[in-house]
Design a protein around this ligand. Structure first.
Ligand code: CTP
Ligand code: ZN
Length: 152
């Protein structure tokens, strides 16, 4: 048993998002729309030692199984995450994140003149590139710190 497991206890039913880059756990929660006010039961480990990544974050959400779409959006900040579906304390499925072609309603465009950020905002849409994301409306490309664009 590793340090991680000692620190964050096992869950009964839900999802364990493992191998998240160190420091990205709160962005994972933002993508999942979890801010605590919904009463979700969540455990978070941040910057815990991991052989594979040096340091990793781990997020455990009790009572919720993620959709493939949610999982794929996580690829923007956690490309090597492992999604473990847990039922009755056992991991019954492991999903890999895959980069989606586009993400809708997830990121806000940094261009103040973009139609998606106007007074009557329309839903943001970004095409996912190999090295970043591009607004489908104004073509603004963002390569660094995509997490800062996550809508909350
Ligand atoms: N886990 C949990 N609650 C459970 C079962 C598993 O929180 N009831 C967590 C484990 O602590 C681990 C992750 O889910 O962080 C994956 O569990 P498991 O597949 O058993 O571990 P590993 O084989 O080490 O996973 P991997 O190979 O993906 O690193
Ligand atoms: Zn835009």
């Amino acid at each position: 048993m590793t340090e991680t497991e000692l620190r964050v206890s096992k869950i009964e039913d839900g999802t364990v998002i493992d191998h998240v880059p160190g420091g990205q756990a709160l962005n994972v929660l933002a993508i999942l729309g979890i801010d605590g006010t919904g009463g979700e039961e969540v455990s978070v480990g941040m910057n815990v030692p991991s052989g594979q990544l040096g340091r990793k974050d781990i997020v455990k959400v009790e009572g919720r199984e993620l959709s493939q779409e949610e999982v794929d959006v996580l690829s923007l900040i956690a490309p090597r995450a492992t999604i473990n579906i847990v039922r009755d304390y056992e991991v019954v499925e492991k999903l890999r994140v895959e980069r989606p072609d586009r993400v809708v309603g997830v990121l806000s465009c940094p261009n103040a003149n973009c139609i998606t950020t106007g007074d009557e905002p329309i839903e943001s849409t970004f095409d996912v590139l190999d090295d970043g994301v591009r607004c489908a409306y104004c073509d603004t490309i963002v390569r660094e710190d995509i997490a800062a664009l996550i809508e909350v």
